[in-house]
Design a protein around this ligand. Structure first.
Ligand code: ATP
Length: 514
């Protein structure tokens, strides 16, 4: 997959719309910025991703349980968590183009350009020196590389310091010193940098009743923290243990583009793992390993993942890393793994006046546990699957096809059942097979158009197998199974279909790899 390929992202969004994966929200009214609806195939794929996550995190770990907390929470929650005071993005406007940007992102994009220069230099070196090229030595000695590396470090340090100390004046000064221009208009006529809170708020109850301001949760994590004691006590959980949750979160993102990568309403799959203070680093490493294994088991390509350590740690964290995925726009954050210390539980203790502690019988004392969290955006995961599955191919006979090579266990439909002709008793036989398989597999039935056209439709939505019922089926109870990826066709007895499909499409196969 080519990096920074806007065109590819557009193609994928177009395909997703044409084939019922994702539609712009309220499209008949021209849509709403950064809100999307999942269509008939999209919801199936999304549900399968959720199931893979839930089973891997909850069902496969005896010390992790799952909850489903409400989106509305007591407003003090967000005071305690720091979101009311500190959940801000630094924004800057260009006075000429009237476009709004995140100041930190403008600077990060500038840094990405310097990184690209380094990569270009390396490519040049590789070309010049061939097999004798020593990349590490080149990176450590080439003057152009070293100059850019120093510059990158200086910029990152200054940006980190500016964000940490809330020195917005210096962030603007940095943008000006680097000569960063509006990427659309080229203008360098910038406003000052301002902080912008990302939480959506609304009123609870009518004004006459004495309405109070509440927020749409910007992360699911706090629903877990406030339920820490409820779950620990009712589930008789012993440290270390985890609480998992899948649910919607809302952020009034300043710039929401790049399709479903950055939305204003999105879904998170989060797990908070409560550990003994002092053991958090070991669990942080364990969860980094477990989460990358979960991703790699899908087979979307190992080269498409990398870890990225945070340079600017959030106010609550003592270590944090992202799992980045190679999206069509390049490597970007897909999941975060954060060591959140005891920040959240302590803050909730302070604001609620309730003790949120664990009595450790081994130590004969109570303490506030430390937390290691894994937090993945479901929609970003969906985009990772969609973008790495999208394939345009020219077949041997010269014809073209667009095929979604979605991992079989996640595919919206596992199998399509297709009578070769709409007569001679073939549809009846096909429906007989369907009525048996549909108990265990999400199946499609399609009898319209020529068989080749029907295969293409299944390719486009990523159905891994097509079963074709023909005249021979009526004689010997066998059918052909066509494989989506290698296009191979084999003849199989109808009574073997169930086992075959279980072997090739079941989620268990993925879970057993973990
Ligand atoms: P970013 O730096 O991209 O804004 P973040 O660091 O603020 O993300 P977290 O607060 O760590 O993100 O949220 C955890 C996960 O939730 C992210 O890794 C991402 O997958 C997902 N996520 C966050 N914001 C959005 C969004 N606006 N749209 C879709 N997914 C999101």
């Amino acid at each position: 997959m080519a990096q920074n390929d806007d065109n590819l992202l557009k193609k994928i969004a177009g395909h997703a719309k044409e084939y019922g994966f994702i539609f712009p929200s309220s499209e008949i009214y021209d849509g709403l910025g950064a809100a999307y609806d999942y269509g008939q195939n999209g919801s199936e794929l999304k549900n399968n991703i959720k199931e893979y996550w839930w089973k891997a995190m909850v069902q496969m770990n005896e010390n992790i349980v799952g909850i489903d907390a409400s989106i509305f929470m007591h407003p003090t929650t967000w005071k305690a968590s720091g979101h009311v005071d500190a959940f801000n993005d630094p924004l800057i406007d260009n006075k000429d183009s009237k476009k709004r940007y995140r100041a930190d992102v403008l600077i990060e994009d500038y840094v990405a350009k310097l990184e690209a220069k380094i990569n270009k230099e390396v490519a040049k070196g590789e070309k010049r020196f061939g097999d004798s090229f020593d990349k590490e030595q080149f990176l450590a000695t080439n003057p152009n590389v070293l100059r850019n590396k120093t510059k990158i470090d200086e910029i990152n340090n200054r940006l980190g310091k500016g964000l940490e100390e809330g020195d917005l004046g210096d962030i603007k000064a940095l943008i000006e010193e680097l000569g960063i221009a509006d990427p659309v208009s080229g203008s360098k006529n910038w406003t000052d940098v301002r902080q912008f809170n990302l939480m959506f708020s609304t009123e609870l109850g009518s004004v006459a009743d004495g309405a109070s301001k509440i927020y749409l949760r910007p992360e699911t994590a706090q629903g877990i923290f406030v339920n820490f004691l409820n779950v620990q006590k009712t589930g008789r959980m012993k440290i270390p243990f985890g609480i998992a949750q899948i649910g919607k979160a809302f952020r009034n993102e300043i710039i929401a583009r790049q399709f479903i990568f950055r939305m204003r309403e999105f879904e998170q799959m989060e797990m908070q793992f409560f550990v003994k203070p002092g053991e958090e680093m070991q669990w942080y490493e364990t969860w980094k390993e477990k989460r990358i294994a979960w991703h790699k088991a899908l087979g979307l390509g190992e080269v498409n993942y990398r870890f990225h350590d945070h340079i600017n740690l959030a106010h609550y964290a003592n270590a944090a890393a992202d799992i980045q995925f190679n999206f069509p726009m390049g490597f970007k954050e897909l999941e975060g793994i954060h060591s959140r210390t005891d920040f959240d539980l302590k803050a909730h203790e302070e604001y609620s006046g309730k003790k949120l502690q664990f009595f450790d019988p081994a130590e004969n004392k109570s303490y506030v546990p430390y937390v290691v969290e894994t937090s993945i955006g479901l929609d970003r995961m969906f985009l990772a699957v969609l973008s790495s599955s999208y394939t345009e191919e020219t077949l041997e006979d010269g014809s073209e096809r667009t095929v979604m090579k979605i991992p079989a266990a996640l595919a919206p439909y596992k199998v399509a059942i297709l009578p070769l002709l709409r007569k001679d008793g073939l549809p009846e036989k096909a429906r007989e097979i369907l009525s048996d398989l549909q108990f265990d597999f999400n199946c499609q039935y399609d009898e319209k158009d020529a068989i080749g056209k029907r295969y293409r439709r299944q390719d486009a939505i990523g159905t891994p197998y097509c079963i074709t019922v023909d005249h021979q089926t009526l004689e010997d109870n066998t059918v052909t199974i066509r494989d989506r990826d290698d296009l191979g066709q084999i003849r199989v007895r109808i009574d073997e279909l169930h086992d075959q499909l279980t072997k090739t499409t079941s989620l268990n196969n993925l879970l057993r790899k973990l």
